[in-house]
Write a protein that binds this ligand. Structure first.
Ligand SMILES: [Zn+2]
Length: 208
């Protein structure tokens, strides 16, 4: 299963220009088996997206991109988010308590919103976004290196705010799943590979 694990939809991400129904069409056309919605500090789309997913049979997993005091973290398997910014470790602990999973997204992106060296001190991350569509090559490469050093799961995601970028990077998982609960279980198995969209579909990679 190929999943774009970090996408913004315009209803609850004010900086996004894409709408869910278009996103599903484009995702299918590019060869994605599922998409994730990770709006900035909002899970407002959850009910609508889950209903739309059931209607269409296309998997849409709604998580969040939470701006912790040390940087952005994407999370899946929670129903709500803290009402204010809290530190990264507290957020991770909260998600784990809910039975969810956390990823450091774009840890070294040059927007001061990555966890950077905090990657080495926080406990409980499931994985690291080693390919982020809005991040320069060197910063993604550094994320790869930290991910293998810390023995975390490597994931890829476009972080698209518009349709052009959607699916640029993705994550491969061994099994196809359709519900968020099953997606979280699939993640917890610990097997994933980042993938890059090429002219003939996705290429899974072990490094860049
Ligand atoms: Zn994002």
């Amino acid at each position: 299963m190929l999943v774009d694990m970090h996408l913004h939809e315009k209803t609850f991400s004010p900086d996004a220009f894409q709408e869910l129904k278009q996103m599903v069409e484009v995702a299918k056309a590019r060869g994605l088996d599922a998409i994730c919605i990770t709006d900035h500090d909002s899970m407002g789309l959850k009910n609508f997206a889950e209903q739309y997913s059931r209607e269409t049979g296309y998997p849409i997993f709604v998580g969040v991109e939470f701006f912790s005091l040390q940087g952005d973290i994407t999370a899946f398997g929670i129903d709500s988010i803290p009402s204010e910014r809290i530190d990264a470790q507290s957020f991770i602990d909260y998600v784990l308590q809910c039975g969810g999973v956390c990823f450091s997204c774009h840890p070294f992106r040059n927007n001061n919103r990555g966890l950077e060296e905090n990657l080495k001190s926080v406990k409980g991350l499931t994985g690291i976004e080693v390919l982020n569509g809005s991040t320069l090559y060197d910063a993604n490469k550094k994320a790869f290196e930290y991910c293998s050093e810390l023995q975390l799961m490597p994931i890829g995601a476009s972080d698209a705010h518009d349709l052009d970028q959607l699916g640029k990077y993705a994550t491969w998982f061994p099994n196809m799943v359709y519900t968020l609960d099953d997606f979280v279980k699939e993640i917890k198995k610990g097997i994933s590979k980042p993938a890059i969209l090429g002219d003939n579909g996705y290429n899974v990679v072990d490094s860049i």
